[in-house]
Design a protein around this ligand. Structure first.
Ligand SMILES: Cc1cc2nc3c(=O)[nH]c(=O)nc-3n(C[C@H](O)[C@H](O)[C@H](O)COP(=O)(O)OP(=O)(O)OC[C@H]3O[C@@H](n4cnc5c(N)ncnc54)[C@H](O)[C@@H]3O)c2cc1C
Length: 440
C-alpha cells in the first residue's frame, strides 16, 4: 500500500491526510479492513475537491479511490455509462463528448471523481432543469466493512441507494456507477450575458429567463453597497445545436507555490470586482464559447487554491428557500459588504424544485450564494456567525461539501435525515466533518 499526504481544497482545517491507494476493485475489501485494523476508521477520498473537512478522515488515514479509473461498459445508443468511481469528470468527458454525450450535471470543476460527485450529490448550473447528479444515476456498487458487496438502485437496496447519494462517504465505498448521460450536438455553448445593477434585477432576470435556458448562473460584486448592492453579471447558456464535438486541449497555468500571504485582500478584491463588472455589457450579449470556459473557468489555473496563502480559505455556500430568497440574500450581501471581506468569485444560482433521491442533498427550491473567504479566524468567525443567523432564520442550509465551520445544531436542524445516515453508516467510516456535526 503506497501512502501520500493531502489536504482538502480550502487547505483549512489543515489536517494532512495519509492516503492509502487502492488500484483494483477486488482489493477494496482487503484494503479497507487493513486500514481499519490499524487506524480504527477511515474515509473514501476522491480527488480532494471538497473545501473543508467533509473529505478528511476522522483518523486522518483515508482510502484513496482515484486509481480506480477504468471504464467498464458503455451503450452509445442510449448514453449509458458504467465507470469506476475514481474516474474524474474530465476523463469521462474525454471519452463521451466526441461520441455526442455530456454529463447531465456538472459542478464548477471537472477534476472531481465520479464517486466524490455522487457522495456530495453535486449540482450544476442546470439544477433548475435537471436537479442533482443523483437523479441521473441508475445504480452503483457499494463495498462495506460489515456485509458483502451490494448493488444499490431505486428498487434494490433502496435505503442504501438514497443514503449514499449525498451521503458524504458514510455508507460505504462506491466502487462503480452506472450513469445516464445527456445527448449533445456540439461541445460549444451558446451563451447570453448581461450585467445587472442591483439584486432585484437578478431576481427579475432569473424569473424571466432561467426556464428558457439549460444553464444559468450569476456573478455578484460582493463589495457593492447601497443602491448597487447585489449588482453583478448574469450568464445563461445552452448546448449549441450543431458544431464540433471536441475536447479542449487548452494550456493550463499552475500556481507554482503557496503564496506567503493571501493575494485576496480588500484592495485586490475591489479592483477586480469593479473591472469585472464593467467589462460586461449592460445589454444582453450572445457568444459561442467552449464548454471548458463556460463550465470550468477556474480549472484554467491548476492549484489556484495556493493563491490564498498558507492559511488557506473557506467557502461559505448556503441556499435560502424561495419564499424569502430575495430578502435573505439581500441581508447576507449587506452583512458581507459591511465586513469588507469576500471573494473574486461570488456566485448566485437559482435551485429548482426537482427532488433528489438523496437523503442529505444540499439544494432546495430557492437561491444559493457561494463566496470564498481567506482564512482569518478572528475576522471570519464573527462574520460567519452573522451569516449563519440569517440562514437559520430563513430556514436555509449550508453545503457540507464546502463547509469547515457549521455548528452541529445547524447541521442537524437543516438535515433532519442525518439520523438515518448515522443508522446506516458503515462503522469503519467516519469523517472529521461527521464527527464535528453529529456528536451531540
Ligand atoms: C472549483 C470548484 C468548484 C466546485 N463547484 C461545485 C458546484 O458547482 N456544485 C457542487 O455541487 N459542488 C461543487 N464543488 C464541490 C465538489 O464538486 C465536491 O466537493 C465533490 O464532491 C468533490 O469530489 P472529489 O472527487 O474531489 O471528492 P472528495 O472531495 O475527495 O470527497 C468528497 C466526498 O465524497 C466521498 N467519496 C469520495 N469518493 C468516494 C467513493 N468512491 N465512495 C464513497 N464516497 C466517496 C468522500 O468521503 C467525501 O465525503 C466545487 C469544487 C471546486 C474545487
Amino acid at each position: 500500500m503506497s501512502a501520500v499526504q493531502r489536504l482538502s481544497w480550502g487547505r483549512y482545517p489543515a489536517h494532512p491526510q495519509t492516503l492509502h491507494a487502492v488500484h483494483w476493485r477486488c482489493d477494496l475489501p482487503h484494503t479497507l479492513s487493513a486500514i481499519v485494523h490499524t487506524h480504527s476508521t477511515t474515509l473514501p477520498f476522491g480527488n480532494g475537491r471538497s473545501y473543508g473537512d467533509s473529505c478528511l478522515a476522522a483518523s486522518d488515514h483515508a482510502l484513496h479511490m482515484r486509481a480506480l479509473d477504468r471504464f467498464i461498459a458503455a451503450d452509445w445508443e442510449k448514453g449509458l455509462l458504467i465507470a469506476e468511481a475514481g474516474l474524474t469528470l474530465e476523463e469521462i468527458l474525454t471519452l463521451c463528448m466526441p461520441r455526442g454525450w455530456f454529463l447531465p450535471v456538472t459542478p464548477g470543476t471537472q477534476y472531481v471523481t465520479l464517486g466524490g460527485a455522487l457522495a456530495n450529490d453535486v449540482h450544476g448550473k442546470n439544477h433548475h432543469v435537471r436537479g442533482t447528479l443523483g437523479r441521473h444515476v441508475r445504480r452503483f456498487s457499494l463495498i462495506r466493512s460489515d456485509r458483502l458487496p451490494l448493488i444499490c438502485a431505486p428498487e434494490e437496496n433502496t435505503e442504501l441507494f438514497t443514503a449514499t447519494i449525498g451521503g458524504l462517504g458514510m455508507t460505504g465505498l462506491i466502487e462503480w456507477v452506472e450513469l445516464q448521460l445527456m445527448p449533445i450536438q456540439s461541445s460549444q455553448i451558446d451563451t447570453l450575458t448581461c450585467r445587472f445593477g442591483a439584486l432585484d434585477e437578478f431576481f427579475a432576470l432569473s424569473r424571466e429567463f432561467d426556464a428558457r435556458h439549460e444553464y444559468s448562473v450569476a456573478w455578484i460584486d460582493c463589495l457593492a453597497k447601497g443602491a448597487s448592492s447585489g449588482r453583478g453579471v448574469w450568464m445563461a447558456g445552452d448546448h449549441a445545436p450543431d458544431g464540433p464535438l471536441t475536447i479542449s486541449r487548452k494550456r493550463r497555468w499552475t500556481a507554482p507555490c503557496t503564496l506567503p500571504v493571501s493575494a485576496v485582500n480588500s484592495l485586490t478584491l475591489r479592483l477586480f470586482n469593479t473591472l469585472y463588472y464593467h467589462r460586461h455589457p449592460s445589454a444582453q450579449q450572445r457568444r459561442a464559447v467552449s464548454y471548458e470556459s463556460f463550465f470550468y473557468p477556474l480549472d484554467a489555473i491548476s492549484q489556484w487554491n495556493r493563491l490564498y496563502g498558507p492559511r488557506g480559505f473557506q467557502q461559505y455556500q448556503c441556499v435560502i428557500p424561495e419564499r424569502c430568497a430575495e430578502a435573505g440574500i439581500a441581508e447576507l450581501l449587506r452583512a458581507i459588504a459591511d465586513s469588507g471581506r469576500g471573494s473574486f468569485l461570488a456566485v448566485l444560482k437559482r435551485c429548482g424544485d426537482l427532488p433528489s433521491p438523496g437523503l442529505l442533498s444540499f439544494p432546495m427550491p430557492g437561491v444559493s450564494l457561494a463566496l470564498d473567504f481567506p482564512q482569518r479566524e478572528r475576522v471570519n468567525h464573527p462574520l460567519f456567525d452573522r451569516l449563519d443567523a440569517i440562514v437559520r432564520h430563513a430556514e436555509g442550509r449550508l453545503y457540507p461539501a464546502k463547509d469547515a465551520h457549521m455548528s452541529g445544531a445547524d447541521f442537524r436542524r437543516a438535515y433532519p435525515a442525518w439520523e438515518r445516515i448515522e443508522a446506516l453508516r458503515d462503522p469503519a467510516l467516519c469523517s472529521r466533518f461527521w464527527k464535528r456535526v453529529t456528536q451531540i
